[in-house]
Design a protein around this ligand. Structure first.
Ligand code: NAD
Length: 283
């Protein structure tokens, strides 16, 4: 077994607005085959990851739970996020949803529970958020947050409810940085989690000179450079891969630093390019 103690302890943490801390780098399991999830999450834990991002809709919470149980890693050293799916908006549905997720994960609490999408057509996210506030009070989720909330939903949530979300998890990669949203969220104490941090491999991100240049200069891969750009930008990230070599590669990003000019080059790749669904259209 490789000794990952040094790299693990080097993962920066971010303090959330409720006083808890989150490892800034984790492992995401969107589209990880449920039958393979235990094995793949085990290899991520072996590589040193301690933060796992799943969701009820991914259908793989049980595999995540089995990997956690098999790892023997003390619960307090792990940070586990899951999410409430769109069909579960509403008070009673939210209470049932968290219990179902905890049952599948084999845990008595998650570290972060998110509303997966605001689902504006249903217009129930305020009610659902109030249920999450209770779920937090009951100790079933240490922190609560939202995902895919754009400015209109986030602004309304802040105006109409008591607890400020710890995070907003949004699509964010060099070609889509949503700066107006992230600046507003951070000004209110909402940390930004970047999903699709590598653009889901859907555009030429790893071939452009703004990324390949720093990769060559630091002896790193393009993926490592992009993950490093996220960390230095203050984003929380959990890149996904099914491949153990890439899982380890994506974790080895704490031993180099991009210069201001390299950071600016990658930031300059913004072009408002969404690689996945617009939140208004997911209901
Ligand atoms: P990602 O940007 O992490 O891209 C993953 C893809 O990038 C892989 O399938 C692979 O093709 C490629 N890749 C990964 N490592 C690589 C490497 N080292 N070299 C070359 N290619 C590599 O996309 P994602 O999985 O969509 O996002 C990460 C996580 O964010 C998800 O697993 C999930 O946990 C979360 N997520 C959340 C939402 C949401 O609505 N809240 C939506 C999508 C994803």
């Amino acid at each position: 077994m490789t000794d990952t103690t040094a790299s693990r302890s080097a993962v920066p943490t971010i303090e959330l607005n409720d006083g808890t801390t989150i490892p800034q780098l984790g492992f995401g399991v969107f589209k990880v085959d449920p039958a393979q999830t235990e094995k793949i999450v085990s290899s991520a834990l072996e590589a040193g990851y301690r933060h796992i991002d799943t969701a009820a809709i991914y259908g793989n919470e049980e595999g995540v739970g089995r990997a956690i149980a098999a790892s023997g890693i003390p619960r307090d050293e792990l940070f586990i996020t899951t999410k409430l799916w769109n069909t579960e908006h509403g008070t009673e549905s939210a209470f049932a949803a968290i219990d179902a997720s905890l049952g599948k994960l084999g845990l008595d609490r998650v570290d972060l529970y998110l509303i997966h999408w605001p689902s504006p057509a249903q217009d129930r996210y305020i009610e659902t958020w109030k249920a999450l506030e209770q779920i937090q009070q009951q100790g079933k989720a240490r922190s609560i947050g939202v995902s895919n909330f754009l400015l209109p939903q986030l602004t309304r949530l802040l105006a109409e409810t008591d607890v400020v979300p710890a995070v907003d998890q949004i699509e964010l990669h060099p070609a889509l940085q949503s700066t107006e949203l992230t600046t507003f969220a951070r000004s209110k104490g909402v940390q930004i989690e970047a999903w699709g941090p590598l653009g889901q491999g859907k555009y030429d991100l790893f071939e452009v000179p703004e990324v390949t240049g720093p990769a060559q200069a630091h002896g790193k891969t393009p993926a490592q450079v992009v993950i490093r750009w996220h960390l230095q930008s203050g984003n929380i990230v959990f890149p996904k891969s099914n491949n153990p070599a890439r899982i380890a590669e994506n974790f080895a990003v704490t031993d180099f630093e991009l210069t201001d000019a390299e950071m600016a080059g990658i930031t300059g790749l913004e072009r408002g390019h969404r690689v996945s669904a617009h939140p208004d259209e997911v209901n």
